[in-house]
Design a protein around this ligand. Sequence first.
Ligand code: IMP
Length: 220
Amino acid sequence: MLRGVAEDRSYGERLEYSDNRSGSRIAMRFVLVTTNKGKASEFSEIFREYGFNFRIEPMATPEIQEDDLREIARYSVLYAYKILREPVLVEDAGLFIKALNGFPGPYSSYVYKTIGVDGILKLMEGVVRRGARFESALAFYSPLTELKIFTGAVEGRISEEPRGRGGFGFDPIFIPDGSVKTFAEMSLEEKNRFSHRARAARKFAEWFKTLKTLPPIYQD
Ligand code: IMP
């Protein structure tokens, strides 16, 4: 951990296991870099299921202008790694609305900050076909594994009006297929049964758990 970089262990749980050969303590761990508390909670719930040893680093990373979320996540994770020098996980996500030709897509964060939920609903006024898709691209980097990308998506539709008080971002106007609720009307556990982020996170988790058989990244 570099000096001067903020550290927030509130979400992370430390899990260590013994190396029988040396008797020393080994921790396979990684840093999830995000300033978004909603994302942090959603990831944390899934990573706890797996018993992973991770912590949250609320560090802002640059978002390059790119159509492909995977490229944005790739740039961000390498940027974060250069500063933190620890195995790092970063996510880039976006909402793609079919009637708007995929807008706001990779610009979701900027669009949320500028026109927000109400602005999107205005653009959708009178639009009957309200299909939309959330996508998540997760990038992991460590010198041992090099760069790995995991993606997840969920199809759904844009509601006629905002509903619910949970979640964050565009959650009040997104209804995933298979539900009548918006993401904001769901509990965290329920959102994680549908969401793009949970799907990408589980793909990452299934892969990451296999690393326990590889040489440890850290030895304490
Ligand atoms: P980011 O660039 O990955 O931080 O996310 C882009 C923007 O997409 C966020 O600021 C949110 O407005 C929106 N977004 C991403 N994922 C979600 C989600 O799960 N629910 C609601 N909005 C989301």
